[in-house]
Write a protein that binds this ligand. Structure first.
Ligand code: FMN
Length: 354
């Protein structure tokens, strides 16, 4: 029976990853990430390698497809921003069963990001700390890469979002021009955009969550977005007044969805790794879930829930709590790519198309 064959394949994949993981975890986190991206690049370069798997995933999950702000997502599970910053591995994401990938964060000009090391594992807590600072190839080069992929027929059956940021050296007063540049450059390629105003690793970026800055940024990008939906990615941090102000901004500015949340600058007691940057993975789960509940209560916007989804149950819990989409990053590092099919299977059972 097809489902049990799929299940067997998934569990073999999950077991294989459990064997490889201790070896991979002895190497620096970013080196493993780079190797994974090289693998993804190689897979993506040969469409026959991933196309059959992509088609199979499409077939298996067709009943969990959802349309949000006019864009179809073939299933509910996506690659969170930051994993494929330069859009090199789309074929791999589609092959393992993701319904969407949020590439980026893309800035107008290429930039190197912060000095290494800048990703740290916290295995006891199933967490990561990163202070990457948006290293990426820049909008022009990434757009050329995606044009080439499309022109040679290598675009997977998957929804592609572009997560947009500003260069480190751009003052906040001009930030809207950076966001506008990236959106204009990628308007014919992206299915949707996400304005990242919430990374903790670009100085003062989170100030762009204020009502006036956000309104200016959204207006600037809408004019050049070619009608593509514009979502906003929020930070999980802030005192009550800041959270209230952000919710009011999201209610009053015309946006198409919210990605909740980015990493946290808070630290649970006894984390054991003392590095600056954004914390992701299990310790972020509660904050992210609180944001989901708050957004459900206060807005009618589509929500992509991200942050601390470490088990299949975590993912279906987010869908139960009203998330339209879920995205994973740290969970993928700890569980491996075969886990994605498992989430899809559970989501299909719990949340078939209405
Ligand atoms: C190494 C790393 C790099 C990231 N880079 C970005 C980024 O460039 N843009 C962004 O919006 N989020 C970025 N994120 C945040 C993730 O997209 C996600 O919001 C966060 O990690 C919470 O999800 P998780 O607990 O599943 O990892 C990054 C996360 C990690 C771990």
């Amino acid at each position: 029976m097809a489902p049990s064959k799929g299940f067997a394949l998934t569990s073999v994949g999950e077991r294989a990853y459990r064997l490889i993981r201790p070896l991979a975890f002895r190497l620096p986190a970013e080196a493993v990430h780079d190797a994974a991206m090289q693998f993804g690049r190689a897979v993506t370069a040969v469409p026959p390698v991933w196309r059959a798997l992509n088609d199979r995933q499409q077939r298996l999950n067709q009943d969990s497809a959802v349309t949000l702000a006019g864009v179809r997502y073939p299933n509910r599970v996506g690659v969170a921003a930051g994993l494929d910053k330069n859009a090199v591995a789309l074929g791999l994401w589609a092959a393992v069963g993701f319904g969407h990938a949020e590439i980026g964060t893309v800035t107008p000009k290429p930039q190197p990001g912060n000095p290494k090391p800048r990703i740290f594992r916290v295995p006891d807590q199933q967490a990561l700390i990163n202070r990457m600072g948006f290293p990426n190839h820049g909008a022009d080069q990434i757009a050329r890469r995606l044009h080439r992929l499309r022109d040679r027929g290598g675009w997977p059956s998957m929804t592609v979002g572009v997560n947009v940021g500003k260069n480190k050296w751009t003052p906040n007063a001009d930030a809207h021009l950076d966001y506008r540049y990236v959106v204009r450059t990628m308007a014919s390629l992206a299915d949707y955009f996400v304005l990242n105003v919430s990374s903790p690793n670009t100085p003062n970026l989170r100030e762009l969550q204020s009502h006036d800055a956000l309104a200016r940024t959204v207006e600037a990008v809408r004019e050049v977005a070619g009608g593509k939906p514009v979502w906003v990615k929020v930070a999980p941090d802030g005192d009550e007044a800041q959270v209230d102000a952000l919710i009011r901004a999201l209610q009053s500015i015309e946006i198409d969805g919210v990605v909740a949340t980015n990493t946290t600058v808070s630290r649970p007691p006894g984390l054991g790794v003392d590095e600056s940057g954004g914390l992701s993975g299990r310790p972020l789960a509660e904050l992210s879930l609180n944001w989901l509940s708050l957004l459900k209560a206060e807005t009618d916007l589509p929500i992509a829930s991200v942050g601390g989804i470490m088990t299949t149950r975590d993912a279906t819990d987010r869908l139960d709590a009203g998330a339209d989409l879920v995205q994973v990053y740290t969970g993928l590092v700890y569980n491996g790519p075969a886990w994605v099919a498992d989430i899809n299977r559970a989501a299909l059972t719990a949340h078939p198309r209405a």
